[in-house]
Write a protein that binds this ligand. Structure first.
Ligand code: ATP
Ligand code: MG
Length: 599
């Protein structure tokens, strides 16, 4: 079965079960400054899992683009990618464990409507209970019934603790975590076909450690409310959040033991195989170039901070893994075209932005090529000291743009040591890393919705967007937005520096609208209907059929600002304070950036 068929079958299966299909959100979270990238399907849905009504209803299904920088060191193994897609079905206070688990099983095993996987090769884990919450017997009995109904025999249900089967998983700061929480059940598939008779718990653990079985799906049941680390009540509206790694599912369906041999990667690997003879390097190049292409599509450009820095590191690590330590223009185009050939039917933006992707990668290759030579010269000097100190490593890293992997590899050739621990400390001080742990992601959702100042900046951003349009012209389009409790930052398409006069006019308009005490209202409507109101939106094809429209004014017709947006916003502009532009600068070619505050 082709990956495209798997994609269609998944959406179709849940559509039949009355789920509304949502398109993937951007890799870059909108209006969430605390998270660099969406790392799971649930991330763009956080406000709805916390209780806000979703315009598309209570049953949703999607295939979400994800990026996990935390997995970067695993790339090259059989099952991890930095960029990957996550299939998910969602119940927002609707169905619960029984339906969710039965559907997971049916989709995985049904020959007619699902993937036709062998049920004898499935294994599941369940929360075993602790001093606070008892064993998830309900889930266990659902699985037992399913297995017995389908004559699936042998030992295949295992009970594990919080670290594996509780959401959010127990990590360092989940002690203080507040929000919905609950047990999960994970599904594993036997890649070898040798364990169909079942496994003892120890055999299961051994098979997992040896990557003979792979985790393919995780059904999370949010049924409790936690406050400051303690479960205080049962959730009124219980949610289901499922996540299934698309690449891994494609691998098992296509009978491969790794994601790089699937039709999602083969066209790309065919080219990266010519750039290095080392399998791990071929996989790293393929993975990192694919992730880079998707980042560029979602508006990220290489830079030294935040998202741009992640992209830079991915690209440089890809370059470094080629034997020549360089990509020619032809090689770049071939890889990009291979990536496009895999994804153009799903994400048509990738085809539209082909030239931009090639250009950005080419620029970065040339940039790195200059510092690569200088850095290698610097390295020659440093190596005479017999060790690479943390400062020297950091200098190669920050001034010459050497990924740390390159520094380590060079040191290995010279048989000298690198003070990696010192380097990591140095890096920690300087770098703003993507926070991937789920509890942080979730916390950020709560903080954002609750933080009054952030909400005010969110509304002010809508006013600013419209005012820029009024003053500078119809070409102004949102290119990015980032809000903290200190300021708003707004990127928009415009080629010249704004004059003092223009800035003043924008400020005056925004302040006038604030003083007018306009109502801020929202309405759920059909996408086409919303577009017809003239509302501002990003790329229309990234929205679902139903959208939420925020408008500032008495009615939609007379509103000053209209935008597709999930909120939250203040109720009336009179509460915003005084708006002031602090800075107007270039963000990248053709994109200006405004930082502004409310006093
Ligand atoms: P693992 O332990 O294998 O890294 P995980 O526990 O981090 O997986 P979840 O956070 O539960 O995974 O994500 C849900 C699903 O997404 C997983 O069941 C898996 O199929 C998939 N997945 C997770 N990380 C990756 C990755 N780096 N590349 C591809 N698929 C992934
Ligand atoms: Mg993981």
């Amino acid at each position: 079965m082709k990956s495209q068929d798997i994609r269609n079958r998944f959406l179709e299966f849940f559509k039949t079960a009355h789920h509304t299909v949502l398109p993937s959100a951007s890799l870059v979270p909108q209006n969430d400054p605390t998270v660099l990238f969406n790392t799971a399907g649930m991330q763009p849905l956080v406000p709805y899992l916390l209780g806000r009504a979703h315009p598309s209803g209570k049953r949703l299904v999607n295939i979400q683009k994800c990026l996990r920088t935390g997995d970067i060191d695993d790339i090259g193994d059989n099952t991890h990618a930095t960029f990957f897609e996550m299939m998910g079905n969602w119940s927002l206070g609707d169905y619960f464990k029984k339906e969710a688990i039965e559907w997971s099983f049916e989709f995985l095993t049904s020959k007619e409507r699902g993937l036709g996987l062998d049920p004898q090769r499935l294994y599941v884990t369940i929360f075993k209970g602790d001093e606070i919450v008892s064993c998830d017997e309900e889930t266990a009995s659902i699985w037992r019934n399913i297995f017995s109904k389908h004559n699936v025999t042998g030992e295949r249900i295992y009970f594990l603790g919080k670290e594996a089967n509780w959401w959010p998983a127990v990590k360092k700061d989940s002690d203080t975590w507040s929000g919905p929480t609950g047990p999960c059940t994970e599904m594993f598939y036997d890649l070898t076909g040798r364990h169909t008779a079942g496994m003892t718990f120890n055999e299961y653990k051994e098979a997992d450690a040896q990557q003979q079985i792979v985790e393919i799906w995780n059904d999370v049941f949010m049924e409790y409310v936690k406050e400051n680390g303690t479960i205080v009540s049962t959730l009124e509206n219980k949610n289901v959040d499922t996540g299934s790694g698309f690449e891994r599912i494609v691998a098992v369906v296509q009978g491969k033991d790794n994601i790089f041999d699937t039709d999602l990667f083969v066209p790309i690997m065919n080219i990266t195989k010519t750039l290095s003879s080392v399998v791990k390097s071929q996989r790293i190049i393929a993975d990192h170039m694919r992730a880079s292409a998707f980042l560029i599509v979602d508006g990220v450009v290489p830079s030294n901070t935040d998202r741009g820095y992640v992209l830079r590191r991915l690209l440089r690590r890809a370059i470094f893994n080629t034997e020549k330590k360089y990509f020619s223009e032809l090689e770049i185009s071939s890889i990009v075209d291979a990536i496009i050939s895999v994804y153009e039917d799903v994400y048509k933006e990738i085809k539209d932005k082909r030239q931009q992707i090639v250009d950005e990668i080419k620029k970065e290759v040339e940039k790195f090529n200059i510092t690569l030579v200088q850095g290698l010269r610097e390295f020659e000097k440093i190596k005479k000291g017999g060790i690479i100190s943390s400062q020297d490593a950091f200098k190669l890293f920050s001034s010459y743009g050497f990924p740390i992997e390159l520094i380590v590899e060079l040191a290995l050739i010279e048989k000298i040591n690198v003070d990696l621990a010192g380097f990591n400390q140095e890096l920690k001080k300087h770098q703003d890393l993507s926070r991937t742990s789920t509890e942080q992601k979730f916390k950020s959702g709560i903080v954002d919705a609750d933080d009054e100042t952030v909400v005010k900046y969110h509304t002010a951003t809508h006013l600013l967007h419209q005012a820029l349009h009024d003053v500078l012209g119809a070409h102004v389009e949102q290119r990015g937005s980032n809000i903290t409790s200190e300021r708003l930052r707004f990127d928009f398409s415009h080629t010249q520096k704004m004059t003092e006069e223009e800035k003043k006019r924008v400020e005056d308009i925004v302040n006038e609208k604030i003083q007018a005490g306009l109502l801020v209202q929202s309405k759920n409507m059909l996408k086409d209907e919303a577009i017809n109101t003239g509302a501002r939106h990003l790329f229309s094809d990234t929205y679902g059929e139903q959208v939420s429209l925020y408008f500032i004014g008495e009615t939609i017709d007379t509103a000053y600002s209209k935008e597709f947006c999930g909120g939250p916003h203040v109720e009336n502009t009179k509460n915003l304070g005084h708006f002031k532009i602090q800075k107007e600068e270039a963000a990248s070619a053709g994109v200006r950036r405004i930082k502004a505050i409310l006093k």
